[in-house]
Design a protein around this ligand. Structure first.
Ligand SMILES: Nc1ncnc2c1ncn2[C@@H]1O[C@H](COP(=O)(O)OP(=O)(O)OP(=O)(O)O)[C@@H](O)[C@H]1O
Ligand SMILES: [Mg+2]
Length: 600
């Protein structure tokens, strides 16, 4: 090993660049953030060959003098910490690292003219070597050009992906920053065509924000999302949480902001997952736009090289706020399922009438009239009125006259059961098709959760205790969780080698398949492993029990049973989807149906 020495500045900057400038999109992020910090109202980005040949970011912000530019490309030079206060950070930047880092791995050229100045100047840095300021022509504002990114660090060059990939990363970066700054206009071009154009959204802030959010996430987002507005111990949460049925296969559509800074923070992502835990299966992801605002002293933004993660002083409070606010909103949404579900249905029924993409794509965008139709059919309703006079589905005889006035309920009057699986109901404005198993599963789950919250689930002794053979490990795991299970009304005890005996079951489940339930629980326990909170474990057990305790697809229901099911769905939180995020029902308005038949 050779002697210890201080590294030369260019090398230091290249090392910093390794963390800060991972790919072209991260250079775009740094430069656009600088433009936002400079007070720009319009920011235009051009990326040639996916940004490898050229990245150019132009703004109409405050600009820099020649002297300021010379300093700006030095390491640790920043105008953004005037009071040396790392706690009250008011800008996106604060480290003074981005420009020198980029200048050490690419050819960097700054051209700038401060507002009100006579002329512009430019300055180049190539492979870490700074040139002299030269007079230039440029309107007020700044243009930063980055050529031949990573030419000075060939190892990094090799990892560059196809231009298209880099462009889509950059689009994501600009959309996220753009969502936090609706009043600023943004554009991205690949040199020949515009890939993104976000016009400035001015006027009333909430409306401006919603317009920007809808442009990025999709026009149908608002109709399929619940507005959030909550506060807890000085932390505010605003934004929108998508309906569970409006889900995606990846977590790409989760837009998270802390004090106006886009983040991909693990704590926030985890809280969102927790909030949707029992309305979405683990391979589906909700769509959300969450804006957290809190005293800067309560959050450290200087913990991640790209500032994507933050550290909250009171992370429990932040997590609780997110989980609580989203769950509360979802519970208030009652039986609503997303409009995309009915539009997908129409697409499927209509065949040629709609482009095929509407049929399968969960995020298909319905036309405006369709959104309106969907919203009208899912308007809020009076809970008290809806539940009056109904209880658990009684084992009633099949043929009974329809409830008088039942059509006025949101889910209407049951008219028929098809394939012993689907209930078809007529509403005042259209029809509803209900998946009886999915719906009942949700009802049982909500009752279990409620019973649990109220101090315990009522048990029912089995006439003949049931012995279930599971194998050693599974039986031991189940015995270990016996106290959790008992709280939920399932009493199991070890029974010799590799078996358990079930003595009592939750009364709610009725005479369900005990063997199947216990086996599924054992499998699930094996899958979860350690590290789940009691709360999480209990809610999983509830979900599994609900699945087993529900009327199966394939059971014939009487009309009274069907109507009772519909009334309970209306009165039950989260009943728009089963525990896996699948819709429990679809709604077709008369207008939709008329459209199917070409009457409109
Ligand atoms: N587009 C711009 N318009 C005006 N001034 C700019 C612009 N870009 C950079 N600057 C100036 O150059 C300085 C250095 O920029 P740089 O991005 O390297 O650091 P920073 O933004 O201060 O911190 P960070 O490294 O966290 O981004 C800034 O503090 C700012 O004064
Ligand atoms: Mg910066």
């Amino acid at each position: 090993m050779s002697a210890v020495r201080l590294l030369p500045p260019t090398l230091v900057n290249q090392i910093a660049a390794g963390e800060v400038v991972e790919r072209p999109a991260s250079a775009v992020k740094e430069l656009v953030e600088n433009a936002i910090d400079a007070g720009a109202s319009r920011i235009d980005v051009v990326m040639i060959e996916g940004g490898q040949a050229l990245i150019s970011v132009s703004d109409d912000g405050g600009g820099m003098t020649a002297d300021e530019m010379v300093l700006a490309v030095e390491r640790h030079a920043t105008s953004k910490l005037p009071d040396d206060d790392l706690v009250r950070i008011r800008f996106l930047g604060f480290r003074g690292e981005a420009l020198p880092s980029i200048g050490s791995v690419a050819r960097l050229c700054l051209t700038s003219r401060p507002r009100g100045a006579e002329s512009a100047w430019s300055l180049t840095v190539e492979g870490g070597v700074k040139g002299l300021p030269m007079p230039a022509a440029h309107p007020a504002g700044t243009r930063v050009e980055v050529r031949d990114l990573f030419y000075a660090t060939p190892a990094r060059l090799k990892f560059l992906k196809a231009a298209r990939t880099e462009l889509s990363h950059a689009t994501d970066v600009i959309e996220r920053l753009g969502m936090a700054h609706p009043a600023i206009a943004f554009s991205l071009s690949d040199g020949t065509r515009k890939l993104l154009e976000l016009p400035a959204r001015r006027g009333e802030p909430a409306a401006a924000l919603l317009a920007r959010v809808a442009q990025v996430i999709g026009r149908d987002f608002e109709a399929n999302a619940l507005a959030l507005d909550a506060e807890r111990d000085g932390v505010r949460l605003g934004g929108w949480a998508g309906l569970p049925t409006y889900n995606r296969a990846g977590a790409v559509a989760q837009y998270l902001f802390v004090n106006g800074r886009p983040v991909k923070d693990r704590l926030v992502i985890g809280a969102v997952r927790g909030a949707y835990q029992d309305v979405l299966s683990r391979d589906r992801h909700p769509v959300v736009a969450l804006f957290l605002d809190l005293d800067p002293e309560q959050v450290d933004v200087n913990v991640h090289p790209a500032k994507a993660e933050v550290r909250f002083r009171d992370s429990g409070n932040v997590r609780g706020l997110i989980v609580g606010a989203i769950r509360h909103a979802l519970a208030g949404a009652g039986h609503r399922a997303s409009t995309t579900v009915s539009s997908a249905t129409i697409g499927a029924l209509g065949g040629g009438a709609f482009p095929p993409s509407h049929v399968h794509h969960a995020a298909a965008r319905p036309s405006l009239p369709l959104i309106r139709a969907g919203m009208a059919a899912q308007a809020p309703f009076d809970l008290a009125e809806a539940v009056a006079g109904f209880d658990l589905p009684p084992a009633a005889p099949a043929a009974e006259p329809a409830e008088p006035g039942a059509e006025d309920y949101p889910l209407g009057a049951a008219r028929a059961q098809l394939h012993d699986t689907y209930i078809v109901a007529q509403t005042a404005t259209g029809l509803v098709i209900v998946d009886q198993h999915a719906a009942h599963e949700r009802l049982v789950l909500e009752r279990l959760k409620q019973a649990l919250a109220e101090g315990g689930v009522r048990r029912q002794g089995l006439l003949l205790p049931e012995v279930v053979d599971l194998g050693e490990a599974a039986a031991a795991r189940l015995a270990e969780h016996a106290p959790d299970l008992a709280a939920l009304g399932l009493v199991v005890e070890p029974f010799g080698a590799g078996a358990v005996v079930v003595r009592e079951v939750p009364a709610l489940l009725g005479d369900s398949d005990v063997q199947g339930l216990v086996r599924d629980l054992a499998d699930e326990l094996a899958e979860w492993g350690q590290g789940h909170s009691l709360q999480e474990r209990l809610s999983r057990v509830c979900a599994t029990m609900a699945c087993h305790g529900s009327v199966r697809a394939g059971r014939r229901l009487g009309q009274a049973e069907m109507n009772a099911l519909l009334r309970q769905m209306e009165a039950t939180p989260l009943s728009g989807q089963c525990n896996h995020g699948r819709p429990t029902h679809v709604t077709l308005s008369l207008a939709d149906i008329e459209k199917l038949f070409g009457r409109r």
